[in-house]
Write a protein that binds this ligand. Structure first.
Ligand SMILES: Cc1cc2nc3c(=O)[nH]c(=O)nc-3n(C[C@H](O)[C@H](O)[C@H](O)COP(=O)(O)O)c2cc1C
Length: 345
């Protein structure tokens, strides 16, 4: 069992490297058009992209979305490179699922990235369905303390589990357990999907359980149905049929808007450049998350991840300048920065 969890992480990375179409490249953010300013009346040098999230200062609102962890040399290297780059560039980082820590002592080291990233906003990670498999709030608290995380990503991945050959599909009664977990933790639980999006009823269930943070992790980028299809041994096409199932990220954010005065939202899933990140903040995100595009640089080196993040930042800051916006707070929910839907484009 424990070895299965660890191997699975490595298999996922191998599949992603083999099949470029697991990144669905649907570019839903392209449908959002920004209002160019020819006379921005600000100096590019004065654009301030920094933000404070959960009490931590970030150089710009980027989250390295949860990817990996475990007792595998490649996986350890990936996490170290991501963490070092997050510290150098001043961005947030989510760890991959820490479930393997409960099963394999040796896996713990790969999640202990605080020594490389003492100052970053760091989020732990666990599949919510594990709360139906006997994982207790005490164990979760221990997992978070072991990595000195500031918050917990609790991922909801029913599509992935349904396609995964050995998937855990008992999602019955999970909302109540999520509420019990949040009540027993001192840090916020952030409910996230993994690429199929959170819907309004999902958000309402979370809010009713005291959840104040959501990462919509919508459709448009990495498809877990397609990844798990490659691991199926039968001849069904379930994962291919469902590879584009889910709520596009900008749609999930728009649907979440009525709830943005009660809770905080992160936009992720298919963000592929700094413009997608600016649009994510305009439509209400306090952070934008990127996973897959940072995997290849993370397999290479810390410097490669830093370079990828610096590119995203340059695009983000340039877009702020061209929108005539000096501070990130002035981006948030500022509809005047968007061209009305249906205009020439
Ligand atoms: C290699 C890889 C591993 C991932 N592992 C996890 C995980 O352990 N836990 C989790 O919540 N999400 C995981 N995800 C999902 C991402 O956090 C993110 O929600 C999703 O990939 C969509 O973002 P993207 O389109 O930028 O890749 C993983 C993604 C990738 C690419």
């Amino acid at each position: 069992m424990s070895e299965q969890t660890a191997n699975r992480k490595r298999e996922h990375i191998d599949v992603i490297n083999r099949d470029p179409m697991v990144d669905r490249q649907q570019h839903f953010f392209d449908a959002i058009q920004l209002q160019h300013r020819a006379l921005p009346e600000i100096d590019l040098q004065d654009v301030d992209s920094s933000v404070t999230v959960m009490g931590k200062r970030l150089s710009f609102p980027l989250l390295i979305s949860s990817m990996t962890g475990g007792d595998d040399e490649l996986v350890q290297k990936v996490n170290r490179h991501l963490a070092e780059a997050a510290q150098i560039t001043g961005v947030a980082m989510g760890l991959g699922s820490q479930r393997v820590m409960l099963e394999q002592q040796e896996a713990i080291a790969s999640f202990q990235v605080r020594e490389f990233a003492p100052d970053i906003l760091l989020l732990g990670n666990l599949g919510a369905v594990q709360l139906n498999n006997g994982v207790t709030p005490e164990q979760v608290r221990g997992m978070l303390e072991a990595v000195q995380a500031d918050a917990l990503f609790l991922h909801l991945n029913p599509l992935q589990e349904a396609v995964q050959p050995e998937g855990d599909t008992n999602f019955a009664g999970l909302a109540k357990r999520i509420g019990e977990l949040q009540a027993s933790l001192d840090v916020p639980v952030v409910l996230k999907e993994v690429g199929a999006g959170l819907s309004v009823p999902d958000i309402e269930l979370g809010l009713a359980q005291g959840i104040k943070w959501f990462d919509v992790a919508g459709r448009g980028g990495t498809s877990w149905a397609r990844i798990e299809q490659h691991r199926r041994k039968d001849d069904s096409e379930l994962g291919f049929t469902l590879q584009d199932w889910g709520i596009p990220t900008p749609v999930a954010m728009r649907q979440a808007r009525p709830y943005m005065d009660q809770a905080n939202f992160i936009a992720s899933g298919g963000l592929r450049n700094g413009l997608d990140l600016v649009k994510s903040v305009i439509i209400g995100g306090c952070l934008g998350g990127v996973a897959k595009p940072l995997l290849a640089p993370a397999m290479e080196s810390t410097e490669a991840v830093v370079a990828a993040i610096e590119s995203l930042k340059k695009e983000f800051v340039t877009a702020m300048f061209l929108l005539s916006v000096q501070n990130v707070e002035d981006l948030r929910l500022n509809d005047a920065l968007l061209m009305p839907p249906g205009t020439w484009g």
